[in-house]
Design a binder for this molecule. Structure first.
Ligand code: 9UX
Length: 72
């Protein structure tokens, strides 16, 4: 089923950073849309929970060179 989550991210300072995070998330099967906002330092992700897990989203952010902050 489809779920939306927000992940706070440390280290995003320019639009190239946020594009990198979005691309990393959207490369994951099951991620339908990812929007990373510099202003709020967070990403909003629409994903299918049957295909990809919240933990995998966190890992993708960290693997892209930034730091996901666990809030939920
Ligand atoms: Mo520009 Mo964002 O060098 O790390 S991509 S600040």
């Amino acid at each position: 089923s489809t779920n939306v989550c927000r992940i706070q991210i440390k280290g995003m300072t320019c639009t190239s950073c946020s594009t990198t995070v979005e691309s990393a998330l959207e490369a994951l099967p099951g991620v339908q849309n990812a929007l990373a906002a510099l202003a709020t330092k967070e990403a909003e992700i629409l994903y299918n929970t049957k295909v990809v897990s919240y933990n995998q989203l966190i890992e993708a952010v960290d693997d892209s060179g930034f730091k996901a902050i666990l809030t939920n």
